[in-house]
Each structure stands twice: as C-alpha cells, then as structure tokens.
Design a protein around this ligand. Structure first.
Ligand code: SF4
Ligand code: SF4
Length: 443
C-alpha cells in the first residue's frame, strides 16, 4: 500500500529543494567560457556528425511529446541542439574560420534560454531519434547541453540541490545507510527477509530513495521473488542507491562517482549479477555507461528488476499463479528501459504469466510515449505545467486501451503518473510490475 501522506510529503520536499541549492555566483563571461569548454570537449565524431546530418525535415518534432503537447517551435528536438551546432560551425567544423563570420557566438542569454529547452523541455526519451531519417541522437546532444549548463552554473536548483547532496553526504533526500537499515528492519517485521551487507553473494540488489521512502512494497516484492528462487543475494549499504543525479543534472564526475559506489560493492562481494530497482535512468547509467576505472566493461551482468523477473519466468524457474480472468491491464514502457535498453518482452512475459488481459497502447514498446516526467524533469518545479501537458498524451493513450490498470517498471514514471492521476481525478490504477508478480508467488 502506498502511503499518500508520504507521497504528498515527497512533493512538498521537491517544492523546497531550491532553498537547499548552493548556487555559485558567476560572471556571464565565465558562464559562457565554461559552457563552451564542455561543448568543445564533448564534440566527438558522432556528435559532430549528428549536428551536420540534420536536414531540418521536422519529423522529430511530431515524435516529441513536449513539442506535440505545446505546439511551441522552441521545443522542436532539432532546435534543442542549436547552440551545439553554432559552436561546431564556429570552432570545430570544416571551414570554421569562414563560417564564424556568419554564425553568432553563444551568449549567456542563450544559455539561460536553453535551460528550459534541455531540462524542462526534454526527458531524453529518445523517441525523436526513432523517426529521424538521419539517425540524429538528440537525447545525447541534450545531455551534453545539460553538462554545459551545469558547468556554467545554470542547472535547475532542484537538480543542483540533490546532486550536491549526493556528492557531499552521499544521501539522496536524506536517505543513506541508516535509513536503509530502518527500512530493512521494518520489512523484516512484516516477514520479508532482506539480507543486508552479506560479505559474499551472487546477486547484489540495488534500491533507491523513492523505494525506501514510498514504494517499499516494490523493494519487498523484489526480495520475496529472490528469496522464493533461493538466490544468494544481498543489499549493500555502501552502494544501494541507484538514482544518479550526476547523470540527470549534467555532472559527469558525480555520475561516475555514484556508479562507482555500486560497482565497488558488487566487485567486493563477487556478484555476478546486479539487479537495479524499478528506476528508468539507473539502467543506462550503469548498464550502458558503467565502466571499471580503467575503462573495461563491468565484469557482472546488470539487469532491471522487471527484466530479471521476465527472464526467470521465461526460463521456467519462476512460476506465478494466475489472476482471475478479466483483469484489463496495459503496460507503460519506460523510455530508458524499452527504447534505450530493449527491455520490452520481459515485463510482458511476466504479465502474461499471471494471466492478465494485456492491452497494448498504440503505439507501444520502443515507440511508446514518454510519461512526461523522465530525466529529472519531475523534480523541476517550474516545469510542472509543461509536464502536465505532456502527461495528457500518455493518459489519453492509456484510456484508449480500456484498461483499468497501468503497470509500470520505473519509479519515476510511477510518480509522474500518480501526480497526473491526482490532478485529473484519473481512475486508472497504477501498479508496479514486480509487486504484481510477487503477489502471484505460489504459497
Ligand atoms: S528528424 Fe532528424 S534530420 Fe529531421 S529535423 Fe529532426 S533531427 Fe533533423
Ligand atoms: S529526446 Fe524525447 S523529449 Fe527530448 S527532444 Fe527527443 S522526443 Fe523530445
């Protein structure tokens, strides 16, 4: 059961995040120098190709939930990369000395304008790239812009505050090892065993602040499934937090440090598998971008919780009891899992195993619409109206299926759906995939 008081408390905490941000005073000239330094450093071959390949056809705009929800040309995906394009033309492209004569330099006002475009107005969902005839990776360019703005002291104060907390005390929203221990003890009192800090284990489970505070049933469900399967697993208090505010805010050093905590703990216990919680952005942060210090790939497998459950079901190791017929369910694909990670079949395998009437949205799977709150936009207070407009696309898409339940496997999507549901008095139930699977474990 979700405690709505905790949910509202979390929303209230988000409202106060800007008060906690330590904002570095900076002259405009310094901001521009720093931002351009990041853009220059990140201008590798693939980014340069992306910038040069765009033919301004506009297909990406129709695929972008932010543009579609607003009809505002400022939110056209290709435009979000215009500052990078300008820097490339002036400094790194062929004939740059000539192009510089016709291309205006970047100003601090440009940087301030782009804050809204690349933080509030892009969830890095990657949907625009699916339709781009030139294969432009807009989400990657947007992430580079976030890094440039972070360096220029222009990250949104909410993301700045949480990233500063994670970099400093190592906690997120005040949740650290002590709070994890309390959550483990509370679940133990309910009969759910969560092995904490075992020195050796095959599987290391990573959780996240939002599960410790709000969605503890999702953490309990993962534990119950692993215990049922007889897996030797553990949580590690020195590396339990999956949320990576370095990635979301645009601070690469913090992104690496947050991933390193998890990697170090997994190596220390000899884990062969790391299971991430229902958290979309944690997946690319560790699975695709996680590396050992020397750059080699991680020596263990990284799986999302929904991916693990689906695989075990498909392999026949996890048997689930079927629900009574007539449960009309649809599945919301988190962008970072489905589009960026290919986790499409596994959650559906788990849902089919429990016998729901699975109704696909149109479009679905890799093409599914974003919930509107990914990549940290859920935490940006000024983005609330924009987020709500984008969420309406998701809501209408789910309504068209006739489902009475939408299943998610990302806590961030779940938060955004819950906020949208509350604002619109939307009656569709929002459920977690691992929770639904664990509820059908045989006695
Ligand atoms: S779809 Fe691709 S080529 Fe067309 S405008 Fe968008 S980024 Fe440019
Ligand atoms: S990544 Fe998603 S939100 Fe960002 S521009 Fe592309 S479609 Fe829009």
């Amino acid at each position: 059961m979700i405690d709505m008081n905790v949910f509202h408390g979390f929303l209230e905490a988000i409202r106060h995040l800007p008060e906690m941000a330590r904002i570095e005073p900076m002259e405009d000239a310094e901001r521009v120098t720093r931002a351009k330094g990041v853009m220059r450093a990140k201008m590798d071959r693939s980014l340069a190709l992306d910038l040069e390949a765009c033919v301004n056809c506009g297909y990406c705009s129709e695929a972008c939930h932010v543009y579609r929800a607003t009809d505002d040309p400022r939110f056209a995906p290709s435009r979000k990369l215009d500052l990078l394009r300008r820097l490339h033309k002036r400094e790194t492209a062929a004939f740059a000395p000539v192009r510089r004569l016709f291309t205006p330099d970047i100003t601090a006002d440009d940087l301030r304008e782009w804050q809204e475009l690349v933080y509030d107005g892009c969830t890095e969902c990657g949907r625009c790239s699916l339709v781009c005839p030139m294969g432009v990776n807009t989400a990657r360019g947007v992430n580079v812009m976030r890094e440039a703005l972070f360096e220029a002291g222009l990250a949104p104060p909410e993301l700045l505050a949480v990233s500063q907390e994670q970099a400093g005390r190592g906690t997120v929203f005040g949740v650290g090892p002590a709070e994890l221990k309390e959550a483990v003890a509370a679940l133990a009192a309910q009969g759910v065993v969560l092995p904490l800090d075992l020195p050796r284990a095959d599987v290391m489970v990573v959780t996240t602040v939002i599960d410790v505070l709000l969605y503890h049933d999702a953490l309990a469900a993962t534990a119950r499934i692993l215990n049922h399967l007889g897996v030797r697993w553990t949580l590690r208090s020195a590396g339990f937090e999956a949320a990576n505010f370095g990635l979301l805010a645009g601070n690469e050093d913090l992104q690496r440090a947050a991933s390193r905590r998890i990697v170090d703990e997994a190596l220390a216990i000899g884990a062969t598998t790391v299971i991430l919680p229902e958290c979309g952005h944690a997946y690319p942060a560790l699975r695709w971008e996680g590396r050992l210090d020397d750059g080699r790939p991680l020596p263990f497998e990284v799986l999302a919780a929904s991916e693990y459950v689906g695989r075990e079901v498909t392999a026949g190791r996890l048997k689930l009891e079927r629900l009574p017929p007539g449960q009309r369910v649809t599945y919301h694909d988190a962008c970072k899992l489905a589009r960026h990670g290919g986790v499409v079949q596994e959650p559906r395998a788990a849902l089919r195993a429990i016998g729901v009437d699975l109704r696909e949205t149109e479009p679905t799977a890799e093409q599914n619409w974003c919930c509107g709150g990914g990549a940290g936009t859920f935490l940006i207070n000024r983005a609330a109206p924009l987020r709500h407009k984008a969420w309406a696309i998701k809501r209408d898409q789910i309504d068209a299926t006739g489902a009475d339940t939408v299943v998610v496997s990302c806590g961030s999507c779940r938060l955004n759906l819950m906020a949208g549901a509350e604002a619109d008095a939307w009656p569709v139930q929002i459920r977690s995939l691992v929770e639904m699977a664990a509820a059908q474990l045989p006695a």
